[in-house]
Design a protein around this ligand. Structure first.
Ligand SMILES: C[S@@+](CC[C@H](N)C(=O)[O-])C[C@H]1O[C@@H](n2cnc3c(N)ncnc32)[C@H](O)[C@@H]1O
Length: 212
């Protein structure tokens, strides 16, 4: 469930910031994330690709040429409006848009080869439910790619944030395995500056078991 007014990084925040989201720092981050993902897992022109918590679709745009049909899932109406305008302007081809929050919604009856989620899971309270949703949405042997903050103690969002202060890599890996994922690998992904403070992001790659 999207946090309400008690979290200043809840749905209202993303609705309000959607129109100006595509700033140079976000575009650069999305490009770097896409590059790391493309260098880490196999991607093909037939790969059925889902980005969860897609924001304005920057990571999908950066990976578009590497994959087949893309689905962007995003619960903020403001963010979805930006994605819709990109689809309408043919900035995103063979793309469809879902209003989906796996904290409260059942996973649709669909299967993907790859699911990517970048800078989303630290906002997710019902993390195990969302990971179970990813597993249900993946083909056996499909890849989940999670990009998120290393544990940062809460300075990234500051006061009024009710999500995760980043993640410890080893504990996050255990959480993926406990959810049923296999072949969990976690590596360095990106470093960004916020208010003059450096923050590191990891890339966790995991697979849905080949036989379920
Ligand atoms: C920091 S932004 C990242 C957007 C995009 N992935 C990017 O890298 O530019 C976090 C995104 O997660 C979405 N989000 C927050 N809680 C969510 C949830 N429970 N399920 C799906 N998306 C969520 C927000 O609406 C927002 O678009």
């Amino acid at each position: 469930m999207f946090p309400g007014d008690e979290d200043r990084y809840g749905r209202a925040f993303f609705d309000a910031n959607a129109a100006t989201w595509d700033a140079p720092d976000k575009i650069e981050r999305a490009g770097a994330v896409a590059e790391r993902i493309a260098a880490t897992i196999p991607l093909h022109s037939t790969t059925r690709f889902l980005e969860y918590g897609a924001g304005t679709g920057l990571v999908t745009q950066a990976l578009r040429q590497h994959v087949g049909p893309v689905t962007l899932a995003e619960p903020s109406a403001g963010m979805r409006a930006v994605i819709e305008s990109k689809i309408d302007a043919a900035g995103l081809t063979d793309a469809r848009l879902w209003d989906l929050d796996l904290e409260e919604d059942e996973p649709p009856d669909e299967r993907f080869d790859v699911i990517v989620t970048a800078m989303v899971l630290h906002h997710v309270h019902a993390l195990d439910r969302v990971l179970a949703g990813f597993l249900a949405l993946l083909e056996p042997g499909g890849h989940l790619c999670v990009v998120d903050l290393d544990f940062e103690g809460g300075t990234f969002h500051g006061e009024g944030f009710t999500g995760h202060p980043g993640f410890h890599r080893d504990r996050f890996g255990d959480r993926l395995r406990a959810a049923g994922f296999t072949n969990v690998e976690i590596s360095d992904c990106y470093q960004m500056l916020r208010n003059g403070i450096p923050y590191t992001l990891f890339l966790a790659v995991a697979q849905s078991p080949a036989i379920r």
